[in-house]
Design a protein around this ligand. Sequence first.
Ligand SMILES: NC(=O)C1=CN([C@@H]2O[C@H](COP(=O)(O)OP(=O)(O)OC[C@H]3O[C@@H](n4cnc5c(N)ncnc54)[C@H](OP(=O)(O)O)[C@@H]3O)[C@@H](O)[C@H]2O)C=CC1
Ligand SMILES: O=C(O)CCCC(=O)O
Length: 482
Amino acid sequence: MALKDKSLFRQAAPVGGKWIEATAGPGLDVVNPATGAVLGRVPQLGAGEAREAIEAAKRAMEPWSERTAKERSGLLRRWFELIMANKDDLAEILTLEQGKPLTEAAGEITYGASFVEWFAEETRRIYGDIIPGHQKDKRILVMKQPIGVVAAITPWNFPNAMITRKVAPALGAGCGVVLKPASQTPFSAIALAVLAERAGIPLELFSVITGPAREIGGEMTANSLVRKVTFTGSTEIGAELMRQSAATIKKMGLELGGNAPFVVFDDADLDAAVEGTLISKFRNNGQTCVCANRIYVQDSVFEAYSAKLCKAIAELKVGDGMEPGVVLGPLIDKAAVEKVEEHIADARSLGANLMLGGARHERGGTFFQPTVLTDVTADMLIAREETFGPVAPLFRFTDEADVIRQANDTEFGLASYFYASDLSRVFRVAEALEYGMVGVNTGLISTAEAPFGGVKASGLGREGSRYGMEEFLELKYVCLSV
Ligand SMILES: NC(=O)C1=CN([C@@H]2O[C@H](COP(=O)(O)OP(=O)(O)OC[C@H]3O[C@@H](n4cnc5c(N)ncnc54)[C@H](OP(=O)(O)O)[C@@H]3O)[C@@H](O)[C@H]2O)C=CC1
Ligand SMILES: O=C(O)CCCC(=O)O
């Protein structure tokens, strides 16, 4: 590893105000998915350390929330500046543990930092209300207070940004945070904690617990000091966390699976639609919850669009994310490759045709060829489940009503996209899609300024934007008799 600042790659975890070294007890190896080589080790912690961290976060919260908003904001701002100043090192750590190409990893660091910057600003704007009273002598005050200790559980596909999007608003709101990062990508989380401490954020306020998910998650959900659980990952685990949290009535923030439709209407700019497809489908090698999962193309433009798409995809370079020019890295692990293979085999057995790719890449390991399938239909597995890989399944449709029905025919409701130019169609379709987010003539919708989140089985709550701060605040109503 050629880091400028080697202290950012720390084989230790901050727990309740002190660092626990991986060498101090049992550890977990972290592997580079591009090479299979062991990158390093993190401590294997459990329920006891999670409890310790939760109690420390609760103690640290009081003085933290009593600091002025300007002070908390200033420390978050300093954290943002340190993340940006160390962007190259953070990107390298991210690529080595996650696999995405280095330029894309650097993009994620900037994206992740933008949440810290945004919430540093929002911290100074946590305004309450004064409501006209219901009686002559009454004034109704509404104040916003930190919700309490926050437990955050994050996935491997965005090892930096999914953390900052949760931790920055929680700290800005005045909460303490205990984080369990994905086991595949803990070093990005630890590097963020190193920089948070360097920025002057009290160490006991933000702990990182590495170790077995079920045990740590069990403590996080059972512990009554935790008032909010914020999770990004699969719908199955999100539902489990919600069930586990029911006994202590916690507020849930759930960013779960998607099954995004991407619709190309006959009045679309096809070149722009192809460009948008590449971004939406192949960002992070198809491993995002907002990736296009079902691509619907109107009959009259199907041949033109699919030919352009295949030509563009054939040019995407597959390889180790550390090599220049690589656009598609490895998939995260063997299970991810097997899921992609299962979806392709199922689709082909039910009549889909392969236009491009379809198999493991000649580089071996978990590399996979970018793939295009045509004649895909609603009965196939790929139409119902998130593939989380570099497969573009193309469906045909005839008219607007037909495609809206097909696009909404899923239990999920996270992101959706469509390309069209007719203004009335744009409004009609945007309003009819049952999704938390709609990209119109764009394949990239994620930004710190906008509310990110889904409906139905895709989750609860919103992250980013001014709404993202509200998730970590409680309203208190004070009735004042004057
Ligand atoms: N919405 C999204 O952004 C994401 C969606 N997914 C979807 O989920 C599928 C499976 O991916 P996977 O990584 O297994 O996703 P998971 O939902 O299993 O993992 C996400 C996070 O939850 C943790 N976790 C897992 N089980 C528990 C538990 N019982 N209690 C508490 N925390 C838990 C994981 O820890 P650990 O790593 O230690 O297991 C990780 O930190 C993907 O193929 C994709 O379809 C996956 C990731 C992100
Ligand atoms: O896949 C995810 O977990 C979230 C999508 C990343 C983003 O666009 O913010």
